[in-house]
Design a binder for this molecule. Structure first.
Ligand code: UFG
Length: 335
């Protein structure tokens, strides 16, 4: 039996979602090579494989890494991801998510990469006409974040059509939350912006209250609705995508969500229930760039990749995120 482990390049592997995928690649017999500039990632989150500190726009270093490890498959996470920040700093988003990613793709094609898994986003849909939203829905992003990711999807489509051995899967993530059940890795941003993280920190007393951005949306309780998906189900989708690319040698664009939504108020109530802590909330104006509701139609990913969610349970998602936040607060992990 061969003990050869295929090396997989993971850009942004020290980040929140990337580190979960690196963990699972290791568990599934691959050898992950994390390539990360540590702008938001944490070296200690890389649980297995090798680590290279570098920027995706550094084509020379990337070429060396691809050659050294004989890389044929790349999973690309490295990106800026905060919707509201993208409205205030569009150039940062177009630079990191479009220009630098374009350079990465160019390097990959020039070095004969065959399989490319791309972290895209539900933000490419903007305000969907129909909910749940399927992959054929119009792509009309309403913030620079969504636009910057859509640009890369377009590049990948054209490049794969023109390059016989280059295939890609773009996974359009819905709202990723939760963390490793063994509490080794999780979301660890300097300035968190995500609802579940901020609400948990309010519950733990880090903030006096949670702001609820917008109570006048056209939704049953007036607050915005999202499709929250556990990191481990999302991570599994990446491994299935990689295997599909290697076997089928075909490209695809797939939603990655559960197909059900929770409002901000429902999330707040669930956090109060799971933690047993009551915390203050403050109703405020809508946040820039936020659509009212985003829920995935996930039939395609289930059909094409055979993906089956295992952690489709908001209580469980919040429980794992809570364990992680408590560990961060006890300063058992560097923030
Ligand atoms: N929200 C609050 N208070 C907060 C934080 C968030 O009310 O303190 C609200 C937001 O206004 C929004 C909802 O909670 O309505 C979810 O907000 P998040 O910041 O948690 O997530 P987003 O939906 O803005 O964005 C996330 C990712 C994107 C991804 C998108 C896909 O950050 O990368 O989900 O739906 F594209």
């Amino acid at each position: 039996m061969s003990d050869f482990k295929e090396n997989i390049l993971v850009t942004g592997g020290a980040g929140y979602i990337g580190s979960h995928v690196v963990r699972d690649l290791g568990n599934e017999g691959f050898f992950p090579v994390t390539y990360d500039n540590l702008s938001t990632g944490n070296r200690k989150s890389v649980l297995c494989g090798d680590f290279v500190e570098g920027d995706i726009a550094d084509s020379k270093l990337l070429e060396e890494v691809i050659e050294k490890y004989g890389i044929k498959s790349v999973i690309h996470f490295a990106a800026s991801i905060v919707v509201e920040e993208s409205v205030k700093k569009p150039l940062k988003y177009y630079e990191n998510n479009s220009v630098k990613t374009f350079k990465l793709i160019k390097t990959c094609v020039e070095k004969g990469i065959e399989n490319f898994v791309f972290s895209s986003t539900a933000a490419v849909y903007g305000i969907p006409e129909k909910i749940p939203v399927n992959e054929e829905s119009p792509l009309v992003p309403i913030n620079p974040y969504g636009k910057s990711k859509l640009f890369t999807e377009m590049v990948l489509k054209d490049v794969s059509a023109a390059t016989p051995n280059f295939n890609y899967i773009a996974l359009r993530y819905f709202n990723v939350a939760g963390s490793d059940p063994q509490v080794r890795i999780g979301q660890n941003y300097q300035k968190p912006t995500h609802l579940i993280t901020l609400a948990l920190r309010a519950a733990l007393g880090d903030y006096p209250q949670l702001k609820i951005f917008g109570t006048d949306y056209d939704t049953p309780d007036g607050t915005a609705i999202r499709d929250y998906i556990h990191t481990d189900d999302l991570s599994n989708a990446h491994l299935l995508a990689l295997n599909y690319l290697k076997i089928e040698k075909k490209s695809a664009v797939l939603n990655c969500g559960y197909g059900q939504g929770s409002s901000v108020l429902q999330v707040v109530d669930t956090i109060k229930k799971v933690t047993g802590i009551d915390f203050k909330t403050e109703k405020t104006a809508r946040r820039g760039g936020d659509p009212p509701a985003l829920i995935a139609d996930s039939r395609l990913i289930k059909g094409i990749l055979g993906w089956e969610p295992r952690f489709n349970d908001l209580d469980y998602i919040i429980k794992t995120a809570y364990q992680w936040e408590k560990k961060l607060k006890e300063k058992k992990i560097e923030r």
